[in-house]
Structure formats: C-alpha cells, structure tokens
Design a protein around this ligand. Structure first.
Ligand code: COA
Length: 179
C-alpha cells in the first residue's frame, strides 16, 4: 500500500525567501561527478513512495547510470541546476516506440518551481513529439508539473508495484505540440 506522506518543503536552508528572489533553473549535461548527489536524491523513502519507484543501492545505482544512461548516447540526460546547485535530473529515453520523459528533484529543492522550470526548458530543447510520461495517479505534484508544461492525460495503466505491494495506477500523459 502506498502512502502519501507530509512532503512540505523544508522551512530552512535554500528555502529562505531572500535566497529565492533571484533564483535560476538551468540544464546542462549530466557528468560522472554528479552521480553521488543524484544517488542521494533517489535514496529517499518519501520520494520513492511519491514516484512509486524504489531506490537503488549505491553500487546498483552507479552501475545503472554509468552503463545504461551515461553510456547510452540515445538517452538524453540533463542535470538540473538551481542557482548552480545540483537540484536533480531530467531525461528522455525511447521505450515501446515512445519518447518517455522522467525527472527527479532532490527533496531540499521541492516546492520552488524547479521541476516546472526544468521541464519547461527541457521541452524547448527536446523536439520529439509526442513526448510521453508515465506518472503514478497519487503523484499529484508530478501530474501538476506535467499539466503546467502542456501534457495531457492520454491513457491509464497499472504497473506491478516495484516494492511488491499493490499495483500502482498510472496515467500516461503526452505533449503533442512544439513549445
Ligand atoms: C514531483 C516533483 C517532481 C515536484 O517537483 P517540484 O520542483 O517540487 O515541483 P514545482 O515546485 O515545480 O511544483 C509545480 C506544481 O506542483 C505542485 N506540487 C508540487 N509538489 C506537490 C505535492 N507534493 N502535492 C501537491 N502539489 C504539489 C505545486 O504546488 C505547483 O503547483 P501550482 O503552480 O499550481 O502551485 C518532486 O517532488 C520530485 O522529484 N519527487 C520525487 C520524484 C518524482 O516523483 N518524479 C516524477 C516521477 S513521474
């Protein structure tokens, strides 16, 4: 059973209002030196439940990213920078004939518009259409991010729970127009 927990952004650190006044969100290619931070981002039980996607242990994460992502020129993989801090990643890969988008923001950066700004920029850089995204129905934040960037629901699916629990109900969402 998946639970939605309290995922309010932390009221400290980078969330301080003065630090948000001139913030910027930019994308660059992921580099091997980013992997330890990206590992920490996905090693987060609350984020895992939200995305219905389990954390990888460090060795498995490093091997997956090094071989399947950084080592695959067909995969687009961008680091998301929030005022030059590595805040997450966003990417696109082909599966079942679809160009699928995925993204992950480190929890300390949630609630600052980072995902929306990153996806907005990403869809101007990546010209494949349609672009698709699978999103767990309970992941209301991610559904909202996709909607704000022009994606609409085009299907529904159920996937086996990666943690062995109940099946996860998902939307398939698509962006059909150039932005
Ligand atoms: C979901 C996620 C990408 C949101 O990132 P974020 O940078 O906090 O999102 P934004 O700040 O751009 O928020 C965009 C909108 O979603 C809403 N939102 C974000 N998180 C929310 C949440 N947990 N519950 C409800 N609404 C939420 C915001 O209020 C905002 O809506 P508004 O503009 O109408 O006020 C981030 O929490 C995350 O990476 N989670 C773990 C991994 C994941 O779920 N990846 C996506 C898999 S499909």
């Amino acid at each position: 059973m998946l639970h939605i927990l309290d995922i309010s952004p932390p009221a400290q650190g980078l969330g301080h209002p003065l630090l948000l006044m001139n913030h910027s969100v930019t994308l660059r290619d992921v580099e091997p030196r980013d992997l330890p931070t990206l590992f920490e981002h996905q090693y987060d039980r609350i984020a895992n439940e939200m995305a219905a996607f389990p954390a990888r242990e460090r060795d498995a994460f490093m091997a997956h990213w090094t071989t399947n992502i950084l080592g695959n020129t067909q995969v687009i993989k961008k680091a998301i920078l929030f005022n030059d801090h590595l805040a997450g990643n966003i990417g696109c890969f082909e599966r079942d004939g679809m160009h699928l988008v995925g993204y992950w923001i480190g929890r300390e950066f949630w609630g600052k518009g980072v995902a929306t700004k990153a996806l907005t920029e990403f869809v101007t850089q990546v010209k494949f259409r349609p672009l698709h995204a699978y999103v767990a129905k309970h992941n209301v934040g991610s559904v909202r991010v996709l909607e704000k960037c022009g994606f609409t629901v085009c299907g529904e699916d159920k996937s086996g729970s990666p943690t062995g629990g109940e099946e996860v109900e998902e939307y398939l969402m698509s962006l059909n127009v150039q932005t």
